[in-house]
Design a protein around this ligand. Structure first.
Ligand code: NAP
Length: 275
């Protein structure tokens, strides 16, 4: 079932990972959520996405204890911290909380007040020091990506993490082609539209035909694009395992047409949505 996306440095990551936003917030769900993360790793969803903003790096670090070598760990620096020195300090804090000595991918969470030249220079330095294996960005539209690629070291960006799901298809107009032309992997966040797609009647109909669930269809639809990594967040073992099984769903041309009718693709530029 394993399908992978190749990064520019040759490393391969599974095209379905695990989001973690809001995991670890409630003491009473803590154990169940940690079990969900480890069940996901066992199933093959070894890419874990966290961020200093989520306040759960300690919980993620605890969930991967003893499993670090199998995990592709992604975390993010807040824009306000992404200065020349702040980026490196934020990375050190994340490493401490995650209880690891490197992260696989370190992302600028969204654009902020600091010159991107400074953020990129710090990212490149962290990479040279072995504290991060690769760096990337999040919530960047085409103009911002072009600005990144124009600064020294900017083209070594390894991924762009963006909002992408059936209900938010604007990026298909220009950002996804831009990334594809540069072989830049895209990580689709909120792939289930924060769970809303689980209640969509068109998805329910297609799901019934495949003996699947609406969220599985929404994930399969995202992952059929080359270079795309979906990072659903799930708080239970049942949901995690269900999400992993979406890899085996092959949508038909008829399914895709039905989805296009229900969620029309963009016909002109749409500014990048984000939460
Ligand atoms: P999401 O993954 O689209 O949706 C999460 C919701 O879907 C949860 O309520 C979850 O419920 C539910 N769900 C998951 N699997 C399901 C299944 N098989 N059946 C039914 N419901 C299911 O939304 P998200 O959490 O916003 O996005 C995913 C990840 O992307 C985040 O956790 C975060 O890591 C990342 N993200 C990044 C940014 C950014 O700015 N870079 C922004 C937003 C999100 P349960 O919890 O009950 O399983």
């Amino acid at each position: 079932m394993e399908r992978q996306v190749c990064l520019s440095d040759g490393r391969k990551v599974p095209c379905i990972g695990q989001g973690t936003w809001f995991l670890g917030e409630h003491r009473d769900r803590f154990i169940r959520e940690q079990e969900a993360l480890t069940a996901g790793i066992d199933a093959g969803m070894t890419l874990l996405d966290t961020a200093e903003m989520y306040g759960n790096e300690e919980m993620v670090g605890a969930a991967i204890r003893g499993l670090r070598d199998r995990v592709f760990l992604v975390t993010k620096v807040l824009p306000g911290n992404a200065s020349r020195t702040g980026t490196k300090e934020a990375c050190e804090r994340s490493l401490n909380r995650l209880k690891t000595d490197y992260v696989d991918l370190f992302l600028l969470h969204w654009g902020g007040p600091h010159p991107i030249e400074d953020t990129v220079a710090s990212m490149v330095e962290l990479q040279q020091e072995g504290k991060i294996k690769a760096w990337g960005v999040s919530n960047m539209d085409v103009p911002e990506m072009e600005r990144f690629y124009a600064v020294p070291g900017g083209a070594s960006c390894a991924a762009n993490q963006i909002l992408y799901n059936l209900a938010h298809r604007g990026v298909e107009y220009d950002l996804l082609p831009w990334c594809r032309e540069r072989h830049l992997p895209v990580m689709a966040y909120s792939p289930a539209d924060e769970g809303r797609l689980s209640r969509n009647p068109v998805l329910m109909g297609i799901a019934q035909k495949h003996e699947a669930t609406p969220v599985q269809i929404a994930l399969a639809w995202i992952m059929r694009r080359p270079g795309m990594i979906a990072i659903p967040k799930a708080g239970s073992v049942t949901h995690v395992q269900e999400n992993y099984r979406s890899l085996s769903i092959e949508l038909t041309a008829e399914d895709v047409n039905l989805l296009d009718e229900a969620f029309p693709p963009p016909v002109s530029k749409v500014h990048l949505d984000s939460w």
